[in-house]
Structures are given as C-alpha cells and as structure tokens.
Design a protein around this ligand. Structure first.
Ligand code: MRU
Length: 353
C-alpha cells in the first residue's frame, strides 16, 4: 500500500497559478497558498513557506514559467531578456541549495531552440512539470538504494526534513522509511527537532506519523545520548549542495551528527539526487552558507527568549567534510570511496545518455 497517500504534496501547478502547502504553519494548520506572481514565489522560498532543496527548485521553476506567461511581447529577444532578469531574481531567494539554480537553468535551457514566444511559454511550463515528475521518480529510486542499507529493526537518526514535502514526493533521507513501511519492514526513526526553525519537530514527525512510520522526537542536544542509549544503527540526512569532492552542505547540526557517527562507529549516509551535486563547486569551502535573521534564535514561537541586543550567529547550514560520509545515496546508486573521481565519472556517464 502507498504509505504516502495521506501526506499532501508541497507544490501543485494549476495552470494559472501555483499552489503550495505553507510549511511555516505546519503541523498546527494545513494551509495552502495560491502564488500568482513571481514576487509571491520569491517570498515563499525566502521565508521557508516552501523549503527543502528539491521543492525549492520545483517551486522556482513554476515561478519562472508563471512570470513568463505575463510577458506582453512577441519578440523572442525581449522575451529572453525578461526571462533572464526574472531567473536572476528568483535565484536570489536563497543561496545554499543548488537545486534552485539547477532548476532555473534547466528552464532557461528548455527554450534554447524555440521559434516563437508562444512556444517558449509552453516549453517553460512543460519543463517545470518534468522537473517535478522526474523528482518523484528520482526520490523513489533513492529510497530503493537507501533501503538496501537498512535491516528490520534498525534505529535511524535524522535531522531537519528531507521528506516528501521537501521534494516532489517520498523525500530523500526519508524515502527508504516510506518504502520500508510499504514492505512491512520495521524501522524506528529518531528525529532531531532541528533548531531554530524546527523542521524535524514540526515537519518530519508530522510526515512520518501520518504514514504510520515509528518516530521519536528528540532535541538536537540529545543526539549523543540517544545514539548511545537507543543503540542507533545509522544516521541518514539530506543535502542542499554536494561539492565535487563530496563535501556536503545540509541543515545546521548535520556536521555534528557526522562527528558523532564517527565517534560511535556507525554509518553516516547522505541521500540526495544528482541535481544536488554541483561539480562546479570544488569543495565545501566554496559553498555559500545562508545566514538567517537573528529573531529565529532570539524568539521562540513569537516570544522573546534572549536579552534584547544580544549578538547572534545564525548559519542555516553547515558543511560535513567528505571523509565523514560513509556513502552518498543517489538515484543512480550508492557512492563511496574517492568521491571526486566517482562523481566526475558518474556525471560524464550522464552526459553521454
Ligand atoms: O532550510 P531548509 O529547511 O530548506 O533546509 C532543508 C535541508 O537542509 C534538507 O535536509 C535538504 O534541503 C534536503 S531536502 C530533501
């Protein structure tokens, strides 16, 4: 049975507009927002109403297609200039997840050979729909590969939300858990709450509980104690950008979990589609790390919890060095060893297809 039936899709294209599930409001409210212009798409991404690397890419792709539909020109040259400006605007919404730029560039490439503005508008919508449907298949394949690493009864630790609502469907790190559920394989998940925005507490637990996956919530500072006392067998996380050498940016706190996994001698897996791998970013040091507003830390559910004027450092992501990563699980299979050469070979192979 499909374990995901009860989980709403985070992004839906409705011909004249885009409907998103407002992830800011979950789990207390299931609110849908209709995005009708590029500014509201930009805002939805920047304020995390839609979040998670693949979902950000999908939303931006629809956002660009939506913007293009409003252009009142018959000149392809003018159309391309307007599109480039809007591409750059959407690309400024968040800096770390490479899927944003990947999806926007895929849309730009989709109109390379069109001969009219009308064809260009159609091609953009078509490409955005393809990005979304490809992502669903990709995530399911990631789940299949990842599940081969787990056994009945395993206890798995994760952080943030790399689940169905962070993607077209299934998720990346959570995909094997849904497939396990479908097949009657019992896995237990421990979800870190993921300060400061609480994607683990609000979203991961919500998703997994709806699908009937056994999940326990912990605060981030309970990770070491939980690994020790609950005999965690593996850590699995998603990714926002994987550099050419395998260094991986993901939600703040991920690097700490990788260090813990090494200390406890358990595997640390990164699950991500090829669209999250960026060979033009050589190492983790080259990945731009988003810093977010201080209120995310000084306030809790709208209530101030720190003295006014306190200095705050709020990086949204950290970078796990490749040597701490046991394997990267993609739709093409499980990668380990010398990431730089394996990833380069994998992309060469993809280009040939
Ligand atoms: O700031 P967020 O919530 O967009 O961060 C999301 C993550 O870090 C996810 O782990 C990552 O994007 C992978 S989602 C499949």
């Amino acid at each position: 049975m499909d374990s995901l039936l009860s989980i709403p899709r985070s992004v839906e294209w409705n011909h004249t507009h885009l409907t998103i599930l407002n992830q800011q409001k979950l789990p207390n409210e299931t609110e849908y927002l209709e995005l009708k212009d590029i500014q509201s798409v930009w805002d939805a991404i920047a304020t995390l109403k839609v979040r998670g690397a693949p979902a950000i890419g999908i939303t931006a792709a629809y956002g660009l297609a939506l913007a293009a539909h409003s252009y009142q020109t018959n000149s392809l040259e003018d159309f391309r200039n307007l599109l480039k400006k809007d591409r750059d605007y959407l690309a400024s919404a968040r800096p770390t997840a490479v899927n944003l730029f990947w999806a926007l560039d895929r849309l730009m490439a989709s109109i390379a050979n069109v001969s009219s503005v009308a064809d260009a508008k159609k091609a953009l919508v078509h490409e955005a729909i393809r990005i979304q449907s490809d992502d669903e298949n990709t995530c399911r394949s990631i789940g299949e590969h990842a599940l081969s690493l787990f056994q009945e009864g395993d206890r798995i630790l994760t952080i943030c939300n790399a689940g169905s609502i962070a993607t077209a469907r299934y998720g990346t790190a959570l995909a094997p858990l849904y497939l396990a559920k479908e097949r009657g394989i019992r896995l237990h998940v421990y979800a870190c709450e993921t300060r400061p925005i609480l994607q683990g507490a609000r979203l991961t637990t919500w998703e997994l509980m709806q699908a009937g996956v056994d999940v326990t919530l912990i605060t981030d500072n309970m990770a070491a104690q939980t690994i020790k006392t609950k005999d965690i067998t593996a850590v699995i996380v998603g990714a926002d950008r994987i550099a050419a050498n395998g260094d991986t940016a993901n939600k703040i706190g991920t690097f700490g979990l990788a260090l813990l996994a090494k200390a406890f001698n358990i595997p640390f897996y990164v699950a991500a589609p090829l669209s999250t791998i960026d060979l033009s970013t050589k190492t983790g040091a080259d990945i731009p790390i988003e810093e977010r507003p201080s209120e995310e830390i000084t306030e809790l559910a709208g209530t101030r919890i720190a003295p006014p004027g306190v200095k705050v450092y709020n990086p949204a992501f950290d970078v796990t060095p490749h040597e701490l990563i046991t394997a990267i699980i993609t739709e093409k299979g499980i990668i380990s060893g010398h990431y730089e050469s394996v990833l380069t070979a994998l992309f060469k192979e993809e280009i040939k297809r």
